[in-house]
Design a binder for this molecule. Structure first.
Ligand SMILES: NC(=O)c1ccc[n+]([C@@H]2O[C@H](COP(=O)([O-])OP(=O)(O)OC[C@H]3O[C@@H](n4cnc5c(N)ncnc54)[C@H](O)[C@@H]3O)[C@@H](O)[C@H]2O)c1
Length: 274
């Protein structure tokens, strides 16, 4: 289900000399992104709200690739903590040039049931937290007059309405517009800002829901037009594509990798199900 072992030794070392900073870095997708970027030569800083003891298994594959890496416990909803994190990473590894706001939470509750606290938690982690990291790291790049890349981890939930996750959908839709706004502001400084928006990943947030409700995994898979679920490594591959120094023209874009899910509607059935 989750790909944690280095599998990208064949990739070009085109990110050598770069420093990646990844929030939610102990999660399934964050960890896969770390391995992919490290496999291409980047040093990597992981941040997450989880205890230091959880970081070892996520740092090990990065070390075995010969990269410098570190873990910091940081709550992305606290902009001061995020600012200190960026400073510490710069002091240790150098200024982050590949900025990956990835941390997120999801509350499963319909609009008539979600509480104000749940609503604001989803917005604060998924939107405010992503902004805090992007802003803090970009401020350093601007001060140093360095180019860089921001890759937000969005979701297909911003591209099609979903019931039962209103705050998550709204947070990811707002993130999309933040991505475009920042892309426009920062293009002249060679700081490119994009988004990768996955569909059903068979791990992480969705994987956790599916562990409790395996029948939902089967029905989810049934409605994906390409008939496949996504692995964290496949998300990481698209992030690396946007970080590639030769990819100089994409900014403000969204790589929507949902297997065609957002092209369907709730009433669409496959032919053999009618
Ligand atoms: N799993 C999917 O199907 C799926 C689909 C589309 C998009 N995504 C996106 O992928 C990204 C990664 O999610 P994942 O599926 O790997 O889930 P995950 O739960 O494995 O990872 C999320 C990480 O964020 C961390 N986190 C939560 N709150 C935090 C906070 N306040 N400060 C710092 N870290 C915090 C968690 O501890 C966790 O390690 C998210 O942005 C998510 O919205 C996931």
């Amino acid at each position: 289900m989750n790909t944690t072992k280095p599998s990208n030794s064949h990739r070009e070392q085109n990110l050598a000399g770069q420093v990646a900073i990844i929030s939610g870095g102990l999660g399934d997708i964050g960890s896969a992104i770390a391995i992919e970027l490290a496999g291409r030569g980047a040093d990597v800083a992981l941040g997450d709200i989880r205890p230091d003891a959880d970081a070892g298994p996520r740092l090990e594959p990065l070390k075995s690739l010969g990269r410098r890496c570190r873990y910091d416990r940081v709550d992305v909803t606290d902009w001061k903590q995020v600012g200190r994190w960026v400073e510490q990473v710069e002091a240790d590894l150098g200024p982050p040039t590949l900025i990956i706001p990835n941390a997120a939470v999801v509350t499963l509750a319909p609009t008539c049931e979600i509480t104000p606290d749940q609503w604001s938690r989803d917005l604060r982690v998924n939107l405010d937290g992503a902004f805090h990291l992007a802003q803090a790291a970009i401020l350093r790049l601007r001060a140093l007059q360095r180019p860089g890349r921001v890759v937000f981890i969005g979701s297909w939930a911003a591209h099609a309405p979903h019931t039962h996750i209103p705050a998550y959908c709204a947070s990811k839709a707002a993130l999309r517009m933040l991505c475009k706004t920042m892309a426009l502001e920062l293009a002249e400084f060679d700081i490119l800002v994009n988004e990768v928006a996955p569909g059903y990943v068979d791990a992480g947030l969705t994987g956790a829901v599916w562990r409790d409700h395996p029948e939902q995994r089967a029905s989810g898979l049934r409605i994906v037009p390409v008939g496949r679920l996504i692995s964290p490594a496949e998300v990481a591959f698209q992030v690396a594509h946007l970080c590639d120094p030769d990819n100089r023209h994409m900014t403000g874009t969204s790589i929507l990798m949902d297997g065609g899910l957002s092209l369907t509607s709730a009433t669409t059935l496959r032919k053999d199900e009618r």
